[in-house]
Design a protein around this ligand. Structure first.
Ligand code: UDP
Length: 473
């Protein structure tokens, strides 16, 4: 059945006041009134391609709640695609990052597949979109819906969360495929300037970096005791089902409980929770370079025998629009098997259950809370919410200097950036430096949390959206 409507529970944005202060709250409330007046009966309709797994879904879940909380009519639909469609859009995604993915070219038959699925979804959408409504389409998967929405008289914003800064033949071919759908959209939103292809009309372009919600299940403060209990219960560290109760607090303040275990590839029993942990949380996507993290850790981070690496991602059947997950996980497991026994013993590959997204978020929160250092060794990255999430928790982050990660971390101040994401040696020594020097790690973490408070929380993001919507109306 095409188009899945995702429920949005209104949240009052004044709950942010203890974190961002009165002035920022007043500014938001004033802007919300302006938007409400400008909207006069219009709705904002968001469309993307998955309700769980990945940064866009993560952000829509909470961002739209705050918008609803102001009384503005906002909704969210997830498009329905065939396996063929998602294989194609994954290829486009890879090519936009200058990666050949499944290696196939984009053909005329692909244009038909793309058009057919887009049209089917657009027809369903016509039942809920009125002329004058604002339709926000996220990422290349949804681009084919734009022309139908324009014909209907909607204001169409296409928001792109992905891409590489490097010009290349693959990237150009992918943009050539997507672009014809977007000629008439009213606004383009990109994360940073360097990711914008040169055909995008500058007049219609706005740059809006993503943000996180400090009250989401994933980002709420979690005590070390709770985090430890969760990691024990899912099987990542020693302890277990008879220990402390693995409870967590949800965005609405209610209490949840982690019931499922993780799928874990490891040698022998779980490590002690008192060890130092390096953690990367990512989808199983080659561009996240989980395998590279593992190899860099095994080869370069060894002085400290107390440190362990956790590579965690969603269960590979859990993310509908990401069909390559299983393949990438298998490659990682094979590479892990090739490691010397001692190294295998220090590294575990973890698949986090996705059945309940709050449970999943609580496990990610626990991993980030208990990490000694968080790694994000992406080869390309639109923004990298995992970096923001870890910074918010006051963790030292070692990450590649690619895409939006560069806007988040000031090297040496609020984290460490590695210039060449493929340089295992530099990565390893950056990770080691943080593991070895607790004071330095704490300083980086404290500055990181401060930077997120200033730049990457929802108010800045919502104000930028509001400005754009007022301008387009
Ligand atoms: N994530 C998650 N569970 C997982 C793996 C990732 O909830 O098992 C989340 C992660 O915490 C972050 C998002 O998915 O919020 C990934 O966003 P990011 O911008 O880092 O990368 P993307 O997946 O969008 O490329």
């Amino acid at each position: 059945m095409p188009l899945n409507s995702i429920p949005i529970r209104p949240t009052d944005l004044t709950i942010l006041e203890p974190i961002i202060g009165k002035d920022r709250i007043h500014r938001m409330l004033a802007t919300a009134s302006e938007v409400t007046a400008a909207m006069s009966g219009r709705s904002i309709i968001n469309v993307n391609s998955t309700a769980k797994g990945g940064g866009v879904a993560e952000m829509l879940h909470w961002l739209l709640r705050y918008i609803r909380g102001t009384g503005i009519d906002v909704s969210w639909y997830v498009m329905d695609g065939t396996p063929e469609f998602f294989a194609l859009t994954k290829r486009i995604h890879n090519m936009l990052h200058d990666n050949k993915g499944d290696g196939l070219a984009l053909t005329a038959a692909d244009v038909d597949t793309f058009r057919e699925v887009s049209l089917r979804n657009a027809i369903e959408l016509r039942a809920v979109v009125k002329p004058g409504d604002v339709v926000v389409l996220h990422d290349p998967q949804t681009a084919g819906i734009a022309p139908v929405m324009k014909e209907l008289g909607a204001i169409v914003i296409w928001r792109c969360h992905v891409g590489t800064e490097r010009d290349s033949e693959l990237r150009r071919a992918a943009w050539d495929f997507v672009r014809p759908n977007l000629e008439n959209v009213d606004g383009f939103v990109f994360t940073r300037k360097s990711l914008v292809p040169d055909w995008v009309d500058q007049e219609r372009l706005v740059l809006i970096p993503p943000s996180i919600d400090p009250f989401s299940t994933k980002n709420r403060p979690m005590t070390h005791e709770r985090a430890r209990a969760i990691l024990q219960n899912v099987g990542i560290v020693q302890g277990g089902v008879n220990g402390a109760v693995p409870e967590f607090t949800l965005a609405d303040g209610s209490t949840g409980r982690v019931n499922r275990m993780a799928d874990i590839v490891r040698t022998g029993p779980a490590p002690s929770p008192d060890m130092k942990f390096a953690v990367q949380v990512s989808r199983w996507d080659r561009l996240k370079d989980m395998q590279g993290v593992m190899e860099a850790f095994a080869e370069q981070v060894d002085g400290d025998r107390e440190s362990r690496l956790v590579l965690a991602g969603p269960v590979v059947t859990g993310v509908a629009d990401d069909p390559e997950g299983g393949e990438v996980l298998t490659e990682c497991v094979e590479a892990w098997r090739e490691l010397p026994h001692f190294e295998r013993h220090r590294i575990q590959l973890v698949c986090i259950p996705m059945t309940d997204i709050d449970e999943n978020a609580a496990i990610v929160n626990a991993l980030q809370t208990q990490a000694t250092v968080v790694i994000q060794k992406s080869l390309e990255e639109g923004f990298g919410l995992t970096v923001t999430e870890a910074m918010w928790k006051g963790k030292p982050v070692v990450a590649s200097a690619v895409g939006g990660i560069q806007d988040q971390i000031v090297h040496g101040e609020s984290g460490l950036l590695v210039n060449d994401p493929r340089d295992a040696k530099e990565f390893g020594s950056a990770v080691q430096s943080v593991l070895d020097d607790g004071k330095f790690a704490r300083e980086l973490g404290a500055n990181a949390a401060q930077r997120v408070t200033e730049k990457f929380l929802g108010d800045r993001h919502l104000l930028q959206y509001a400005e754009l919507i007022i301008k387009l109306i």
